[in-house]
Design a protein around this ligand. Structure first.
Ligand code: FAD
Length: 454
């Protein structure tokens, strides 16, 4: 069983992405940290034991990793993806995300990043990490955290004081907080699930698709995506309704799976030799949006990352947003007494979390469907052209979210709505860029989009 530290520490529950980064930020600021995690130490698992699940890291996450002083170590794990490779039937088109190579997002292995952050943390003074320690919940009466040692089965307690819940989307501590405050938390599960599969490198160890892109096979109601890994493989993720004509429910046996891939992803099926086995053995994941109206109870407990605001993965921002949370809370805790810092954190970050939650849901439609339409490509090209002409006023919404950490999510959302109206008006009767009235564009932009301060 883990002995609580004798010095007053911040207790962090959950050594996932947010918990470890926040612990590093605190430890670097001489705040003693106790970090408890229900899993075993992932650094002790053999390198290839788990599936390689990757994430897209973007400017907000990078800025936070730099603040924590770890970005230089993360760089070798990254594969730049400056655009989407869209695979429609019989054709494949590269659509840049931004103005060039410098505006890229980066594929990174979740396990490798988590291990690296833990490694970095373990070297810092004032840090105690306890693995196999599950938090069962918080009791606000006696002010304790109920803990269980997963190896011995013994239960034990920690003081419910200065506790940060970084225990992910299913957060038991969010349930304790909501019960204590009498607030209503909504958890909107999508009617779509996802399954991760592996597309290995070829016989020479080379990637089977262009590695510097996020690949998408948009199919309307569903889609397949692929993110590159440093070993030449790709992690494929199939997003599909749970029920209905094209759904996980209809893919209950090998013949159905193979027929589905033959029909919808014929260019992929031959490249995934383990498809039947992986499809049968890998779980169907669920996705949803968690909205919790208040994230703290007088500083005794504060929620962060997915525990506070889990979002659907279609903007690739859950981790980026969680990392941004970490810097926000650490900065506030450096400037204010703890309880006040937690209160300010909850009030300041909630509108941003709400904005990215909404944009993430909207992006699903874009990825699986709208990306196939000629109007989408015209508006995308026009957005980038308008950004070149008016760089301080018109920044495409995707770019504000992914490449501009200095623009808060809520500002990206608000300006994005105005920009969508402008784009709609400018392209209403246009079939190509030559038909767009750029003088009208200037009038609309100057009138409706104040200059950004960056
Ligand atoms: P987690 O990473 O989930 O960590 C929570 C930790 O708490 C875990 O280690 C868990 O074991 C531990 N824990 C849980 N319960 C307890 C307990 N009771 N006691 C002790 N410990 C506990 N985000 C991006 O930015 N880019 C992407 O491309 C991206 N792609 C995604 C794709 C998919 C399919 C999914 C599902 C998510 C994706 N995300 C992405 C979102 C991202 O994974 C999360 O936002 C991020 O992991 C949140 O970090 P966290 O630390 O808050 O939670």
């Amino acid at each position: 069983m883990l002995e609580p530290t004798p010095i007053p520490a911040v207790t962090l529950v959950g050594a996932g992405l947010a918990g470890t980064l926040l612990a590093i930020l605190f430890a670097r600021r001489q705040v003693p940290v106790l970090l408890v995690e229900r899993r075993a130490d992932p650094r002790l698992e053999s390198g290839d034991s788990g599936r390689s699940i990757n994430l897209a890291l973007a400017a907000r996450g990078i800025a936070a990793l730099k603040t924590a002083g770890v970005f230089a170590r993360v760089v070798p794990l990254l594969i730049p993806m400056p655009g989407r490779q869209v695979h429609t039937r019989g054709a494949s088109t590269f659509v840049p995300y931004g103005q060039g190579e410098h505006e890229a997002i980066y594929s990174v292995s979740r396990q490798a990043l988590n291990r690296l952050l833990l490694d970095e943390l373990a070297q810092l003074p004032g840090v105690v990490i306890g693995f196999n320690q599950e938090c069962l919940g918080a009791d606000f009466g006696p002010q304790v955290l109920r803990m269980r040692d997963a190896v011995s089965g013994q239960t034990w307690r920690l003081p419910l004081d200065r506790v940060v819940a970084a225990d992910g989307a299913g957060s038991p501590l969010r349930h304790s907080l909501a019960a204590h405050l009498g607030i209503e938390v909504t958890e909107d599960l999508l009617a779509h699930g996802y399954k991760e599969l592996t597309l290995p490198p070829d016989a020479r160890g080379q990637p089977q698709f262009a590695p510097h892109a996020l690949h998408i096979w948009p199919r309307g109601e569903f889609m397949l995506i692929a993110l590159p890994n440093t070993d030449g493989s790709f992690t494929l993720t199939l997003f599909l309704p749970l029920k209905g004509p094209n759904s996980f429910a209809k893919l209950g046996n090998e013949a159905a799976v193979m027929e589905f891939f033959e029909r919808h992803f014929p260019d992929v099926i031959e490249l995934v030799p383990e498809l039947p086995r992986e499809f049968a053995s890998h779980p169907v994941g669920r996705m949803g949006t968690v909205r919790c109206p208040q994230w703290t109870a007088a500083g005794r407990l504060v929620l962060i990352g997915d525990a506070a605001h889990a979002i659907v993965p279609f903007h690739g921002q859950g981790m980026n947003c969680a990392f941004e949370d970490c810097v926000a809370l650490a900065d506030l805790a450096s400037a204010h007494p703890w309880a006040e810092a937690c209160g300010r954190f909850s009030v300041a970050r909630k509108p941003d979390a709400d904005a990215i939650a909404t944009m993430a849901v909207e992006n699903y439609l874009e990825m699986r469907d709208t990306v196939r339409e000629p109007r989408f490509h015209l508006q995308k090209a026009l957005s980038l052209e308008l950004e070149r002409r008016f760089p301080r006023r018109f920044v495409p919404r995707y770019s504000m979210v992914m490449f501009h950490h200095e623009i808060p999510y809520r500002v990206a959302y608000e300006r994005g709505a105005i920009q969508a109206e402008i784009l709609g008006e400018l392209t209403r009767d246009a079939s190509g860029m030559d038909d767009v009235d750029l003088a009208r564009a200037e009038t609309l932009i100057v009138a409706r989009l104040p200059e950004l301060a960056f």
